[in-house]
Each structure stands twice: as structure tokens, then as C-alpha cells.
Design a protein around this ligand. Sequence first.
Ligand code: PEP
Ligand code: MN
Length: 372
Amino acid sequence: MILILRPDLQGPSTTLDEIDSIARCHEGVEVKTYEFQGTRHRFTEVHLVGQTSTVPTDPFELLPGVLRVIRVSTRYRMIGRHASDHEAAGFHYNGVDFDQHHVHVMAGLCAVDTREHVDAMFAALQANGLETSRMGAYKPRTSPYDFQGLGATCLPWVFESAGRHGVKVVSMEVTDARHIEEIQGALAQSGNATGVMLQVGTRNAQNFELLKAVGQQREFPVLFKRGMGITLEESLNATEYIASEGNPNIVFCLRGVKSHLGDPHRNLVDFGHVPVVLRQTRLTVCIDPSHSVGRGAVAPDGIPDIFHVTGQGIVAGATGVLVDFHPHPARALCDGPQALLPEELPRLIAYVRTMRGAYEAAVESFRGAPVG
Ligand code: PEP
Ligand code: MN
């Protein structure tokens, strides 16, 4: 059972005490409190866990501080969308809103290699008015002989350059809990020149200790990549781990699934799942067209496949695009064939804007239609 307190409630402790004393009358019921900072409101949820099926809802509903009481039928207690009118949470981080209303292109290098390339990339973002990026320092590679990323050594100059170019959020994969501390340390030394969204990669989608570690800190939001070889339900359960440890600021990223049925694309593009994730959860949904398609092929209409699938994700309601760029793809140490050129950034931004416009027009045309 979930009790949603009135948003922005001043001094919720009275309500929390009242809830506690009612809950204590029922054996086997544990009370857990969670705070969320949505983009518009701050709200508190109290979760009653355990033997709640015989606990009546009325005594809680009568409390003035309680907005709504929901019996949870879904397994996604934290990330789930429990009632059709429940506000999708979203969050605000380092001056940027991540929610259903703000679309972000998070463009950058798959793997950080040189300062020149990082500077050139951030300069391109700044020239195009973008404040969000991606930069890989810790790379999980299939072969131990492939470039593993520069690790902590590159963090000071990556963060300094991001700050100098007005980039506010850098999505950066972590493959081990100690990377979080390294990022924390380097960011602090840079005078918090920028912000970081901790990325959990597809290969770590069920690394439960890593999920717990990114969930136990609340300094950084988390961008979770759908597991490439597991069901959507398993991936959603993985994000539930992060939220249940205390961090609800999660972006769920679709990036394709491993199957030769997707050939010649690198992965089978799964952006048809955007509305499914939006319906089942209150998470912000992002797509990664680069790791889905994996190549720079262009369709006969002149539009690259990477653009086409980006459009498919945005038209379906995704509000984030995590995308690989490189000033010299041939020299990239990781995933060069799927990297776009900085010169293509204006076209990508315009294309995303067009597709978002189409999505918003479609939503408008369905206004008032029955919701199934
Ligand atoms: C990445 O985004 O750099 C990456 C490795 O992606 P994925 O985990 O989706 O393969
Ligand atoms: Mn990559």
C-alpha cells in the first residue's frame, strides 16, 4: 500500500507520526518513507510493506496530510505508475529538467580519448545550445585487449572542459562502485564545473551490487540501459533496485536487444517499448540510437538509419537521445562506425524537434479519446 502525501506539505512529520501509529496496530507491516523532488513539486510517499491486504485504507484516507492511498498490485512499487493520473515523477538536476516535457540530446564521445576531441565535442554542443552530453571514461569491452577507457585520469580535464563550455550534465558509465567515488572526487576538485549522470550499461543491467550502489547515493541521477539479453520486466526490476535503495532519479534508456534478427543493425531496435515503459512506470525514457543501429548506413531517402530510429523513439514519446559523436570517427578507439560528426549536430537537433512536434500533435489529436 502506498500513501501519497499532499505535495509540498509543510512539516510532514505530524502526518508521518499519525501514519506510523495507525500502521503499528497491524502486525507484520513495515513503514518506509521516500521523498521525491519532481520538476514541479516535492512529494513524500509512505510505503506500507508486508501483510497489508487486510489493512483498511480509510483511516489513512481521513488524515488531512494524505492525498491518496493506493493498493499496489504491480511489482514495481517504486518506479511503477500506480494510477493513470499519477504524475510522472521527473527530476531536476544541476539546472536541467528530466521529465516528459523536456527533450534532451545527450551527445558526445562513446569513449574519451584525447583532450582535443573532448574540447571539440563540447564546443560543438555549446555552439548548438546543448547542455547535456555523454562521455565514456570506464568502458566495459567484450575483449580484454580492446581499449578499456582512460578511467579516472581523464576526469579532471573532461569536467573542466564541460564546465568551460556550459555543459551541465554528462552521462558517464560506471562499472564498479568505486568509480562513483572517483567521479565525486574529481567533480569536487573541478569546483563542480559540471554534473554527472551515472550510466549503468547494458552489460551491468543485472549487476545487483552496482545497482544498489548507484541507488544508495542521491548526489547523481542514474541513466539505466535496458539489458540487452533479458526481458523488459527484468530490466524494470533492475531499476526498481535503484529506486528502492533510495534514488528515484532515474532515466530508463532503450538501446536495442541482442538478436541476429536485428541484422544488419547491431541490435534489434526496441523503441516500440517506449510507450510500454511510460505506461508501466513514471520514469523518464531515453533512447540510444547509436548502440541500437551501430552503423552509419543511409536510407534511400537520404536519412541515416540512426536518425530514422531516433525519430521512431521521439515520435513514441521518448524525451532523451543518448547519441555517439566523434570529431574523427576513423580515429575513435571505440564504436567509431556509429559515431556522427559534430557538423551533423544541427541537423539532428532540427530532426528531433520535428519529430517531437509530430508527437505533440499526435497527443493533441488523441485528447479526450478513451484511455484503455
Ligand atoms: C555506451 O553507451 O557507451 C554503452 C557501452 O552502451 P551499452 O551499455 O548500451 O552497450
Ligand atoms: Mn559504445
